[in-house]
Design a protein around this ligand. Structure first.
Ligand code: EPS
Length: 394
């Protein structure tokens, strides 16, 4: 499977073309829109989200609620575009239109400067319009289709916030059932006390004209074992998940399972022992590996975390320069969010769902969902046989 997004933050729309989905996947537009709405929410978002009310339009690849196997194209309109028609027009404009929203002072941490050097432009709007995390709305729509495929195979994906600034949940991993309630939390956190502290962190940052980052976790359940491969670097599923999560705007670090603890914990206290009994079958008393060993899923819950940096648009401008005069200048200030960590978790779900759906198709394959599910069922039967085999006593 592959998907390609297009669209600028203040252009007419975001578009995504999803290719390679099998036929017969149920497409529930209300479910896609619900994810778009979750992505728009979270405490700490700015004024833009009051303007937008993201909804998916399906242009192709779906008929009567099911995918056809042909490319699925989706569009999400930018309502704010109304206010930016001349600034974002594809046609030549008088100089005033170009000047009206020109940005000359690159924001440290944003793509502004690296993009200006890459494209040799001193109007940073040419860069930030596409670099903007607005693009993630298209990813969430694509991820919604991946989630639909996974759901048919019994795989579910959820996310929650572990940290915002100095406020964090305890070290104990959140249970799957606790995750159901996070949508009621303004910061998508399982722990009410930690959530209150997170909100205080966002309030303090906002008051100071600053921004604040954090950490989210994505968890997938009922992931079949054997997805990915240890045979080649680019087929290892841990690497593919890390790439997908790292590619989310503002993500600066990714870990799987107990990840960073692997650097300071002895092997005996880090690895998950392997147990078997007749009642529970194969099982593991812990899951510090986060559901992956050797770049291959092992049947445990998949757990991935990502660190989201504080977003680079600050009201207290950091030191920068005017790209035209090279004189010192305070970095440009745009309307902005204070914190996007709760929203980033929803994007993380989409990216993890995408990678898992792709890996499912790789292993179980087929042009229709029916074929894929039959192959999965047959493989499950083989696993059961494999695990019940024992040599006869001599
Ligand atoms: C963003 C800047 C803000 C955010 C935007 C990402 O937009 P604006 O400049 O229009 O106020 O709200 O995020 C979204 C629009 C979104 O849908 O997530 C940036 O520069 O990255």
């Amino acid at each position: 499977m592959r998907f390609l997004t297009a669209g600028e933050s203040h252009g007419p729309a975001l578009t995504v073309i999803v290719d390679g989905l099998p036929a017969g996947v149920a497409v529930d537009r209300a479910a896609l829109d619900a994810d778009l709405k979750r992505r728009q929410g979270g405490y700490g978002r700015g004024g833009r989200m009051k303007i937008e009310s993201d909804q998916v339009e399906v242009l192709s690849g779906v008929r009567h609620g099911k995918t056809l196997g042909s490319p699925v194209s989706l569009v999400i309109r930018n309502r704010d575009h109304e206010n930016w028609r001349d600034v974002m027009s594809p046609d030549p404009q008088p100089p005033e239109a170009k000047k009206r929203r020109a940005l000359k002072h690159p924001r440290p941490g944003h793509a502004d400067l690296s993009g200006a050097l890459k494209y040799l432009t001193d109007d940073l709007r040419d860069v930030l319009e596409r670099a903007s995390a607005r693009e993630t709305t298209a990813r969430v729509a694509a991820g919604g289709l991946a989630k639909a495929l996974l759901a048919a195979a019994g795989v579910q994906v959820r996310s929650h916030v572990l940290r915002i600034g100095r406020a964090a949940v305890g070290a104990e991993p959140a249970t799957w059932d606790a995750l159901a309630a996070v949508e009621e939390s303004p910061v998508r956190c399982v722990d009410a006390q930690a959530a209150a502290a997170m909100i205080a962190e966002i309030d303090a940052a906002k008051k100071a004209g600053d921004s604040v980052g954090g950490v989210f976790e994505v968890i997938a359940r009922e992931v079949p074992p054997g997805l990915g491969s240890f045979a080649h670097w680019d087929r290892r599923l841990d690497g593919r998940l890390a790439q997908a999560l790292m590619s989310i705007q503002a993500v600066k670090a990714v870990s799987l399972g107990a990840g960073f603890r692997g650097g300071d914990t002895p092997g005996s206290a880090f690895h998950d022992e392997i147990l078997f009994d007749d009642e529970r079958g194969l099982h593991r008393p812990s899951n510090r590996a986060g559901g992956l060993e050797g770049g291959v899923t092992n049947g445990e819950e998949l757990r991935a975390q990502a660190v989201v940096k504080p977003i680079p648009t600050l009201l207290i401008g950091l030191r920068s320069i005017d790209l035209r005069t090279k004189e010192p200048q305070t970095a440009s200030v745009e309307r902005s969010d204070t914190c996007v960590v709760p929203a980033a978790g929803v994007v993380g779900e989409a990216m993890v769902a995408w990678v898992l759906a792709d890996a499912m198709l790789e292993k179980f394959g087929g042009d229709s969902l029916t074929e894929m599910l039959e192959h999965l069922e047959a493989t499950r039967r083989l696993w059961r046989e494999f695990l019940s085999r024992r040599p006869r006593p001599a």
